[in-house]
Ligand binder design. Structure first.
Ligand code: SAM
Length: 274
């Protein structure tokens, strides 16, 4: 049976391509690519010589009709977008929809995506999160949407171009003022940076408005990891508690085993004593 493979490609660092992705891209009858010139460069670096055919977001339905014939003849094709995971703010979804509706098989090779990379390094509690792709361009629409999102009390994640970030973050102020925000910029590339701050204050380190970014605005502040960490640190640094008291409290209040609590108290003491 012919199969359509939906394959994720790197979002920056070429070595993030998976072994399985390379295998599939080498062995299919052809690769549909959002932009053949762009993907041609990646294929050349990976030594993949499979034929490429263009399939951008405006052509998904037309290509689907063409593809169905090939799949019916037992051929297999792959779809790749310019970067990352097809279907995540990229084409691919409609193609898969047409192909499954026609009764053919769709298989996936998951891999890099800017949204998951950003969550990995953000240092925020991301669950639950709402990924909204790109925000609309019109200011009124953005503000209306942000107000709706703010009422959900979940971490909001969206894509943005670095040169529009400052303006977009200013628009976020009326709905999210004071919430923690992390901006992941140029992830997996040479200048990968995570900028952290609160909505309403400048991002640190100083933001360079070039490249690609993912914005994460923290929701449910109750979920902070710090809400557990601070009380533990208070016990560890309390000069009025004996070692035994500290171990007892860590066991009772923070679910440590006796050995874990003992090790933690010892380690903390060695760090405090120069
Ligand atoms: N399909 C891709 C994915 O899985 O992440 C997203 C494609 S979307 C057209 C492009 C947007 O993703 C960029 O404008 C940027 O917001 C985000 N993005 C892509 N690569 C990125 C990277 N290396 N670092 C930060 N953001 C990135």
């Amino acid at each position: 049976m012919g199969t359509l493979w939906i394959v994720a490609t790197p979002i920056g660092h070429v070595d993030d391509i998976s072994l399985r992705a390379i295998e599939v891209l080498k062995t299919v009858d052809g690769i549909l690519a959002e932009d053949t010139r762009h993907s041609g460069r990646l294929m050349a670096r990976l030594g993949i010589t499979t034929q490429l055919k263009a399939c951008d977001q405006h052509k998904e339905s037309q290509v689907a009709v063409w593809l169905e014939r090939h799949l019916a003849q037992g051929k297999s094709w792959a779809y790749i977008s310019d970067a990352g995971t097809p279907g995540i703010s990229d084409p691919g979804g409609r193609l898969a929809e047409h192909v499954t509706e026609a009764g053919h098989i769709v298989r996936v090779v998951p891999g890099p995506s800017a949204v998951t990379a950003a969550i990995m390094g953000a240092g925020l509690v991301a669950q639950p999160f709402l990924f909204v792709g790109f925000l609309p361009r019109k200011q009124g629409k953005i503000e209306r949407l942000l107000t709706q999102y703010a009422s959900l009390d979940v971490t909001i994640i969206f894509y943005e171009a670095a040169n529009r970030l400052e303006k977009t973050l200013t628009l976020c102020e009326s709905a999210f003022l004071g919430r923690r925000v992390v901006v992941g910029r140029e992830l997996t590339k040479m200048h990968e940076t995570f900028h952290r701050g609160r909505i309403g204050e400048p991002l640190k380190p100083a933001f360079v408005d070039k490249g690609e970014v993912v914005v994460m605005i923290e929701g449910g502040v109750e979920l902070h990891v710090q809400s557990d960490v601070q009380p533990m640190k208070r016990i560890l640094s309390d000069a009025n508690l004996t070692k035994k008291d500290k171990i007892k409290r860590l066991k009772e209040q923070h679910q440590f085993s006796r050995n874990e609590a003992y090790d933690l108290v010892e380690w903390w003491r060695s760090e405090e004593t120069p």
